[in-house]
Design a protein around this ligand. Structure first.
Ligand SMILES: [Fe+2]
Length: 587
């Protein structure tokens, strides 16, 4: 194991019991306020240290929400795609500069908002409008053999042009997705889904989910399958597949889909009625294994059962090994005591008793326990699961996102899993949330702790290498693995691209994936210390793919019968103009 630091290391301060009394009042910047206030913009990044390897290829693409100052929760803005060219001199940048290009996705939802913003009302879960529920597609980029999709938890995946970053079409017509999560024939349907559909490399299809409400306040999972060729999806209900949080990730092995209750977000009826938030997340969550071939061998709509398991703690992201001949092996990135239903309010005190920084109001309440990762073996034959490896330490706060090699070779025999931890941020933890969880929390550190980029050995979850970011002003975000194409795959041969948000200016650090503990081999920086706001997930895309010719769903063909009549002539005219504009833009 190698451990490195960006600056001479500061020891992690010792843990101590809950900080629930006012102790410090001076303002601090635990999370850069530019993360929720800077505007997305094109930048030509310059190399400020190290040497940029000449054999990097392709682009790193990122999803992000547009900074929407009228929304109470900063993560619900319309989707933006940012693309970093991994070679200098591309996409209009000078030869020694690296193009960072950003576009707001001009989906039907975004175009309708732009055409009639006055009828979009900001709410706690995004915008509501007479057109229905906008699909913000702001959470994750999903490349698929030269095509690019953007996703989020509450809508269909949308396809975007991988070069122009413009909207191409929604995945699957409303008529084929079937009843939306909230009933009604809307121009913009509400589909509670997943932010992480998965591409099946052998069957050449996309697997995702739809959720419909149950009588007891949960939702029932339906598996959604798309072959990528037309405008129709197939949908099968999973009769026992009930979740109470969200289905943030869909994962897979060769033969199974792995579905789970993320467990990190719960709707709170009392809060929705105007009262205080009292709902808390559970200590464990449901996992369901579903056989792919049983779905595909049955008519559309046939009910199926998943095989149920439990996993703890709650989890946002998880990834199955492709080979499942001796069971279904999954690496879980747990989100211990991370309650995404809690966000920072203007009247909150932070975990150290200070008023919350006004610049962070609307940001989510960050982790209240160190984060765990685990590898679990599920045996579909016996229904028994076994935790084969686990790692959690007093420095593993705020497991943010990870980077891995998505090739089939690497999914079959993964070697390294790269994880970004942001460190403990007391300024982004409210005393309100600390009190709500009470004895369910362990000791909290007395101050900010370093963030870190860490490589874990798959199988054992031993720390292979670690690089610390002791400056809490460095807000490390979504890492991306870029493979070295002429070397064995598995996450160990290539690079990790790590964007760092900071009020001192945006930078991108590049690590040798074999040993991130050596520190960045090269760093790019915004030329005039420009800042970049919150980035969510990222992915690596090859840039040598040719445009893919496929049938795509026309927005005009997707508007349900009667939906325009219900809008009245003026708003119906807005929809028709947006449909015409999209037809013209898409040729
Ligand atoms: Fe996610």
């Amino acid at each position: 194991m190698t451990v490195g630091h960006r600056v001479p290391a500061e020891p992690v301060r010792s843990l101590r019991p809950h900080a629930t009394v006012a102790e410090r009042t001076e303002p601090t910047m635990p999370v850069p306020t530019s993360a929720v206030s800077a505007e997305h913009q094109d930048l030509d990044l310059r190399l400020v240290s190290g040497e940029w390897p000449s054999d990097l290829r392709g682009d790193a693409v990122f999803s992000a929400p547009q900074v929407a100052h009228d929304l109470p929760f900063a993560l619900f803005g319309f989707g933006v795609v940012c693309r970093l060219s991994l070679q200098g001199g591309r996409h209009g940048a000078a030869g020694d500069r690296f193009a960072w290009r950003t576009r707001v996705i001009d989906s039907p939802s975004q175009r309708l908002h732009a055409a009639a913003p006055e009828v979009f009302a900001p709410g706690p879960t995004g915008y509501l409008s007479p057109f229905g529920f906008p699909n913000c597609a702001n959470t994750a980029p999903l490349p698929w053999d030269g095509r690019l999709f953007a996703t989020w938890d509450v809508g269909r995946p949308v396809e975007i042009d991988p070069v122009e970053l413009t909207f191409r079409g929604d995945v699957g017509s409303q008529s084929s997705w079937g009843s939306p999560t909230l009933p009604g024939a809307s121009v913009l349907p509400f589909y509670f889904s997943t932010a992480h559909p998965v591409i099946d490399p052998e069957r050449q299809c996309l697997w995702t989910v739809k959720q419909t409400f149950t009588m007891d306040g949960g939702t029932q999972l339906h598996v959604v399958h798309w072959d990528g060729l037309g405008t129709e999806v197939r949908v099968w209900p999973i009769t026992n597949g009930i979740v109470y949080g969200s289905s943030h990730t869909v994962s897979q092995t060769r033969d199974f889909l792995v579905l789970a209750d993320s467990g990190n977000f719960k709707a709170d009826p009392g809060e929705m009625a105007g009262g205080p938030r009292t709902a808390t997340i559970d200590d464990d969550a449901a996992v369901y294994l579903v056989r792919k071939d049983q779905l595909l061998g049955s008519p559309n709509g046939t009910p199926h059962e998943g095989q149920p398991f439990r996993v703890a703690p709650t989890t946002g992201h998880f990834y199955g090994r492709w080979d499942d001949t001796d069971g279904v092996r999954v690496i879980f990135e747990h989100m211990d005591r991370m309650d995404l239903g809690q966000r920072l309010r203007a009247d909150d005190l932070d975990a150290l008793g200070r008023p919350v920084d006004p610049g962070l109001v609307g940001f989510y309440n960050t982790a209240m326990a160190p984060s765990t990762i685990s590898e679990v073996l599920f045996d579909p034959a016996t229904g028994v699961s076994k935790q084969e490896a686990v790692f959690c330490d007093d420095w593993t706060w705020n497991l943010e996102l990870s980077a891995m090699d998505w090739s089939v070779e690497a999914l079959t025999d993964p070697k390294l899993h790269h994880v970004a931890y942001q460190g403990y941020r007391p300024g982004a933890v409210s005393q309100r949330a600390v009190h709500l969880y009470g004895e369910r929390l362990g000791p909290l550190p007395g101050d900010d702790t370093p963030g870190a980029l860490v490589s874990f050995s798959r199988g054992s979850l031993d720390v292979h290498a670690r690089w610390d970011y002791p400056d809490p002003g460095d807000h490390i975000t979504s890492p991306t693995f870029v493979p070295r194409l002429d070397a064995p795959r598995g996450g160990q041969n290539g690079w990790v691209v790590l964007p760092v948000l900071s009020d001192d200016g945006f930078r991108v650090e590049l690590f040798d994936a074999a040993d991130v503990g050596r520190g960045p081999v090269a760093t790019l920086a915004a030329p005039n210390r420009e800042c970049v706001p919150v980035l969510l997930h990222s992915a690596w895309m090859r840039d040598d793919d040719t445009p893919v010719d496929a049938e795509r769903l026309r927005f005009a063909d997707d508007v349900p019968e009667g939906a325009l009549d219900a809008l009245g002539p003026e708003l119906a005219g807005v929809v028709r103009r947006v449909a015409d504009d999209l037809d013209a833009a898409l040729g």
